[in-house]
Design a binder for this molecule. Sequence first.
Ligand code: IPM
Ligand code: MG
Length: 363
Amino acid sequence: MSKKVLVLPGDGIGPEIVAQAVRVLDLVNTQFNLGITHESALVGGSAYDETGSPLPEATLTKAKAADAILLGAVGGPKWDGLDMAVRPEKGLLGLRSNLELFSNLRPAILYPQLADASSLKPEIVAGLDILIVRELTGGIYFGQPRGIRTLENGERQGFNTYVYSESEIRRIGRSAFEAARQRGKRVCSIDKSNVLEVTVLWKEVMEEVAKEYPDVELTHMLVDNAAMQLVRAPKQFDVMVTGNMFGDILSDAAAMLTGSIGMLPSASLNAEGRGMYEPCHGSAPDIAGQGIANPLATILSVAMMLRYSLDAKEAANAIEAAVSRVLDQGLRTADIASQDSQTVTTQAMGDAVLAALEAVLKA
Ligand code: IPM
Ligand code: MG
């Protein structure tokens, strides 16, 4: 049976990096006979420019019908002045909420070859392998009411609502515990329960979920301390589970531990395991169109997509092995370049991954 992938290049460097990732997808599709078909659609600022909406109806319909979605990135200064309701980011948030992609898996793995690209000392980050499980369809990102209002005295006031229901906390908790079972069997739940009631409930529900997983250890940490611990001693963590906004912030910090946010893939899954896969980095408008962006996070997102949504673990492993080989060869895009590496373009990095993939498959 054929499997449908929807490709959403988006804005900024999105189209450049996605083009390389699609070449990789096409190669494994042929080699492993996966029966994958793919088509593209518009999202983000480029969709707004063409249709007046960052998430056109046609895109949403295709997204709902797809087995998996590969997304580049959205946003850029060109659209900064737009009304909140039609900003490029709304396209991404709309996909997440319409498809109920509540579970966002953001691994932060340090490739040994890149230890010197990290801003931390090698001994602090060597062997780093943590997974941030971020709730993606609730919390302050989606809570109502929200807006900017004018008070009686004429002063404007901005407001958002931080809200989580038990069921939302429980399902993301289960995602985290399930993931922990496949790896170090430790979950650290991140909250701000010394100040915010919603995270008092978060902590309580996590304790309840933990009872279903006696083989997994649960600890709790306040978010400010977690931010500090991530840069002080990041290897103490296995799986971190947290809400939407804390997860947004902590995952960027975790990403940088690995040397470059340009290396990190992510998966956003619904209850059935259907998902959207995207690099953790943004649209990098400052380097868009220059052909120098790092396509590896998007290529690694293809690997995650094959593993989690398309039942093609071997193809996923082959892609990850190919990326590792390319790093062994000393090839680096500018963001991860070091003194003795060879700096290559986006396209050349794609070429190198394809060649390494051929070699891996022959081996
Ligand atoms: C992310 C991004 C998005 C978020 C933006 C682009 C809306 O920062 O995926 O981490 O805040 O979730
Ligand atoms: Mg972010």
